[in-house]
Design a protein around this ligand. Sequence first.
Ligand code: ADP
Ligand code: ZN
Ligand code: ZN
Length: 733
Amino acid sequence: MQEAVLNVAINAPLSRLFDYLPPRHGAPGASPGCRVLVPFGRRRLVGLVMGVAASSDVPAAKLKHALDVLDPAPLLDDSDLELLSFVSAYYHHPIGEVVAAALPAPLRHGNPLLPLIREARLTASGAAVDLDTLTRKAPRQAALLAALRRAGGVATFAALDEAAPGWNRSRKSLEEKGWIEISERQDVSAVRAVSARQAGPALNAGQAAALEAISLDGGFEVTLLDGVTGSGKTEVYLRLIEAVIERGRQALVLVPEIGLTPQLVGRLEQRLGLAPAVLHSSLPDTERLAAWRAARDGSAPLVLGTRSAVFVPLARPGLIVVDEEHDSSFKQQEGLRYSARDLALKRGKALGLPVVLGSATPSLESLHRARDGEWRHLRLPVRAGGAAPPRLALIDLKRYPPEDGLSQPVQSAIERQLAAGGQVLVFINRRGYAPTLICEGCGALAECRHCDARMTVHTASGRLICHHCGASRRLDRTCAECGSDVTPLGHGTQRLESVLRRRFGEHGVARIDSDSTRRRGAMQKALAAAASGESRVLVGTQMLSKGHHFPDLALVCVVDADQGLFSTDFRGTERLAQSIVQVAGRAGREQRRGEVLIQTAFASHPFWAALLGGGYARVADAALEERRAAGWPPFSRLALLRASATDRDLPQRFLETAAAQARAEAVDAVRVLGPVDAPMARRAGRYRAHLLFQSANRRLLHRLLAALLPALEAEAGARRVRWSIDVDPIELF
Ligand code: ADP
Ligand code: ZN
Ligand code: ZN
């Protein structure tokens, strides 16, 4: 009889599973969801068993045996595996790479689910040794014994590394003398306990209605919680989570990359009286694995994470929440280009769970489905606790030309706020000192040598840095072309920081962007200083605009909104409205009425009339109409085939072949647009182009992509082209 065949996903760029026979002997049976160690070419790799079949298409003589089974029980259950298979098919991405993206690094590398903790223990004879004598003969051995005695007779290897550096060298001799014993145990670290829970505020009518409407026992159902900033959405999530936990189930809450603040974690802990299992990419591997374990075994009632947490297995799932669902960080922009928001919906459907998407500025995709009645649309139109909405006003830069980036009305407003004891936020979505350097003689700009882009001036480090490829060079003093003086052009966060320090330094100026918060803990410190009021002038990027609550903040100044007005991307106005409304939402969350001043050189642009007259909803209406007319999403589906190479012509030729094939497949329902050069045609020394597929029919679009794949794989290898397929792209570059 033929042995069972394991269908194994292996982390390799090949769109298929690989068949293996079970290990020859001794190993436990491998069911789907277990990891196995397999021979792969000349390497041994960790793979995940996706299925077990009775037979294989591979001739029996060629089938190899797996070397070992790494998990006594499946890590993932059937629904988890189905999700992974779906992701591979939907995003046209190799299954092994999908599995790799879904597993925490230690598991991907074959480490045990429960890490082994190794300990040294003092024996009775070790405890009886006279340390003074030993210190003279063998000081290092004596130090180790002393450290163990101080630790109460037993210590982990990790603890000894701290307490007695170099101890490991004398370990053997002590073991031989019978003075210490080494043992191993599995780490079953439990969820951290937290102090008593605090009661929340009484819900207002809107919140109560939302809670009433969302059923936790009715299976899969999607709710868009469309509530202005500060309307109490988080409060609604909290009540839902409480109710889910009461039912003995788990809640999975997804937040944007930079939305996962200590403020939010603290609030959840205080209110729920438990520590959430937190999953995000900057955690140490062991912590992330511990959280993953707690989600999987059900010991964590609340799992809170960024994008990749959408894959985490849950023992008793009860609810999925996606906070700030419009946020672009839910979409991975490289490798496996998945949307965690979309997968949350998919997962909710598969598991029969309620899914709640929340935002003050919902994506047009979500808004459209909610308005169409496919999803429940709940609105929280006013701020909870009675704070008034912030007042938006335009500052026409043609009338009030800026000096040092700030117009006169903005400067006076800042002065007024600070004099009244308030706090001010100056928002500009550009880090660095200035976007580029210009020659005063010939007007030449500092270009990156590897990209079609300008280099950003960073005065702190005295360098020009390309924000697209990371290349950097010393700040030029004179123009390379004509020798004239050069000067920074435009404003970034650093330059505004120095302008603000000069004028308002005594009020405490803090800059918050990805440069200032790179060091561990720097972000927390800056936010704490902002929240306590120690820093009364905040200047920063998007990072400042999400989720934070600064009680005294009353004035927000948007320095340069115009970048978004003339974007070539069809999502340009949606993005601009989202970023302004989000940052405006930081203002006036408590007693002080919020004021938002927006500097623009195009005050009569219709976008402003829509935003100031009707808020985000009106901008969204207009944008949806435009998209309907042009057939852009959500009225169609897109997929983008990107290609790049160091040779200028290769990407175009590669894509032309793909386009020809796609057109030959001749599905009328799918439009094939291009190929065209990417908006930034050269980046990091590679030439880039893309081909866009557009269709109202998702099934046909996917069928076409699947049909193209084998040819692309063959063609690219021959032509040294890198390519990727981006399904539902959110950036067209
Ligand atoms: P959102 O998530 O929509 O931004 P939050 O839930 O964070 O809103 O609420 C904003 C602020 O209002 C918080 O300080 C919160 O404690 C408070 N708040 C929320 N709901 C109520 C309520 N029903 N009564 C009083 N204050 C509330
Ligand atoms: Zn010059
Ligand atoms: Zn560059």
